[in-house]
Design a protein around this ligand. Structure first.
Ligand code: NDP
Length: 386
């Protein structure tokens, strides 16, 4: 039998910011990767266009009302078309898939990721919410199934890259860097009237709407702290956040001898995406190179958790454990959606999240069903509070 030379890639959320960049990476490396599965929520026009170009074995459109449109467009190409959220979890099990890039947004990533791990597929994890909601279940299943979870988030990719060659050496501490977002340096007074448009203007990264708001409120860094705990098996006191407005140092590891390793480069998600898909190889690329003279000063500051309460709330959820981070995530998804729809102010977001964390019943060691219940109850409460 001929040996398979290309990795079969499934991209969950191929029409988003990470998904489209992943397809650019794959297009530039036709000898290394082939696309097996593409999925979208509702953007059928782009999904069809991508499927025509990359000829995957199958596509999934989560919004079932768009099934006919997609299936009419793709049947002449012999591409299987499925619809609905359950189809995401079923399709990740397909035989030709070696690695699943989880590039969909939010809690919706949890079930398909668990299904992929259960089917023995390696994960390139962009969907951080999956680990925030149920990091214990996800990492335990990955260990049982011998599945690797390769981080895509630039900070966690940086930590992972720093650990290569040092996996046997204990980590003393990690530093996750944060750009500080568009509102760095602002006071509570300044934040009272900031708008959606201002929050969507990230200084260094172009990303989907949800993560851009999370970056402005520092919730993104909070979610990343929890993600780091699960990816690298760390205690809360081993994780620190440092604001680095230039986003050149993507994160750092400090080892027990005091030595620190950092990974740096221009802010460009294609690099960590390619690294996760190609690991353990570093594939040649023509991504723009860093020039020291363009950045003569790299600076660092403490995060302002008095003003940006979300980061403190995430650390609290991390300390509490159990279902606390699941509550944090569900409440955050609701308030971000409300903020994006001009229903609440920027400062109302942490207020609602904090109330949900106080009022939703704490479960010390939740089952998957209990996580699902927590998510549902929190969403209802957050909606009421808005
Ligand atoms: P986008 O909003 O740009 O894209 C999300 C993708 O997921 C789209 O393909 C969308 O489909 C699909 N999707 C959205 N909701 C659902 C759902 N309920 N069910 C199924 N599919 C859904 O997000 P990003 O690419 O910015 O982010 C994706 C993930 O990666 C997030 O978890 C984010 O935190 C993480 N991440 C992103 C970074 C970035 O630079 N963008 C950096 C680091 C991490 P459709 O287009 O049809 O709506």
């Amino acid at each position: 039998m001929e040996e398979k030379t290309k990795k079969g890639v499934a991209i969950l959320g191929s029409t988003g910011s990470i998904g489209t960049q992943a397809l650019e990476v794959i297009e530039s490396k036709p000898d290394n990767f082939e696309v097996e599965l593409l999925t979208a929520n509702g953007n059928c026009t782009l999904l069809i266009e991508q499927a025509k170009k990359f000829k995957p074995n199958a596509v999934v459109i989560a919004d079932e009302s768009k099934y006919k449109l997609v299936s009419d467009a793709l049947w002449p190409l012999d591409i299987k078309v499925y619809a609905g959220h359950d189809a995401l979890s079923q399709c990740v099990e397909m035989e030709g898939i070696d690695i699943v890039l989880t590039a969909l947004v939010g809690y919706a990533g949890l079930k398909p990721t668990l299904a992929a791990i259960n089917a023995g597929k390696h994960i390139a994890l962009s969907n951080k919410e999956t680990l925030v909601v149920a990091g214990d279940l996800v990492t335990q299943l990955a260990r049982e199934k011998g599945v690797n979870i390769y981080p895509v988030d630039s900070e966690h990719s940086a930590i992972f890259q720093c650990l290569v060659g040092d996996f046997h050496n204990p980590i003393e501490k990690i530093y996750l860097t944060a750009s500080g977002g568009p509102f760095r340096g602002k006071t509570i007074e300044d934040l009272k009237h900031v708008t959606r448009a201002q929050a969507l203007k990230h200084p260094n990264w172009e990303m989907g709407a949800k993560i851009t708001i999370d970056s402005a409120s520092l919730m993104n860094k909070g979610l990343e702290v929890i993600e780091a705990k699960w990816l690298f098996n760390l205690k809360p006191e081993q994780i620190d956040v440092i604001v680095h407005p230039q986003s050149i140092i993507h994160s750092l590891v400090q080892f027990e001898d005091g030595s620190m390793k950092a990974q740096m480069g221009l802010p460009d998600m294609k690099l960590p995406i390619q690294y996760a898909l190609a690991f353990p190889q570093r594939l040649k690329s023509n991504f723009p190179r860093f020039n020291f003279m363009d950045y003569p000063n790299l600076t660092f500051e403490q995060p302002d958790i008095k003003t940006f309460k979300n980061l403190g709330l995430a650390f609290k959820a991390l300390e509490l454990g159990g279902n606390a981070a699941c509550v944090l995530n569900a409440a955050n998804e609701i308030v971000v959606d409300a903020f994006l729809n001009d229903k609440i102010s920027f400062l109302k977001m942490p207020e609602v999240i904090e109330r949900c964390m106080q009022d939703i019943a704490f479960v010390q060691k939740p089952t998957l069903e209990e996580y699902v219940n927590t998510d549902e109850q929190t969403r209802l409460l957050a909606q009421e509070l808005i």
